[in-house]
Design a protein around this ligand. Sequence first.
Ligand code: C5P
Length: 273
Amino acid sequence: MMIEIAHAKLNLALHVRARRPDGYHELETLFAFVDHGDVVDVTPAEAPGLTITGPFGAALSGEGDNLVTRAAARFAEAFGGGAHAILLDKRLPVASGIGGGSADAAATLRALARLHGVARDDPRLFAIADALGSDVPACLLERTALGRGRGEQLAPVAGIAGTPVLLVNPGVGVSTAAVFERWDGVDRGGIGTGNVLDVALEGRNDLEPPARTLAPEIDDVLDALAAQPGVTLARMSGSGATCFALFDSEASCDAAAARVARPGWWVQPTRLL
Ligand code: C5P
């Protein structure tokens, strides 16, 4: 068996620059990862299998065409290695802007690569990740990085590891495609360069306004986070609805976690990797 954590992905900033003829959007985004995620456990087996457990497992059960299954199938086509039984412990809310399925697919690829002696930076792994979804290459790399194109063109940057983060999801799933469709088409400019925190603070998430029209609860989450003592940045991640706040200390992050808790909300204190 081979265990990998599918760490949640954050977009510290996400600037949408243009609609593309292929239906995707041209982005500039600052990816970061946190010390909390789903758990993927891969074991060689006679036949392929996927078992889903965990607090958010029920939201996925019954989906035959899971990204994890597809990642394993693409890996087998490229590298062989036979069939695998995969256990996915779903600890991250589904369809929530923090990677989820993309992180799970990437963790599956990393586990299979370790199991079968494939280098983690093998370009063929990245090609598989790219074909599985726009965020999968970033989740495979799992490092603070600037993403361009659909998010798949990655340039690692120095992160701010250890920064306390609070993740809050209001308990509503949001469709990424529906949020992108509602983007107003206005290019508000690119992402800056320099220290990651400064770049994030000067940046924005252009998907916040369209996501809030689909899930007004996002306003409540952002208002609650922004009002907490010790917050340096409160923002939505990806296409939502999960929002995050960076804190100046672990104590203020933990205190905020207790204060913002509401029935139906997922509240998770963690730290940047
Ligand atoms: O690449 P992925 O399958 O994760 O994307 C899901 C949907 O999100 C796409 O079908 C597209 O509608 C939208 N998307 C986009 N521009 C991006 C990434 C995703 O329009 N850069």
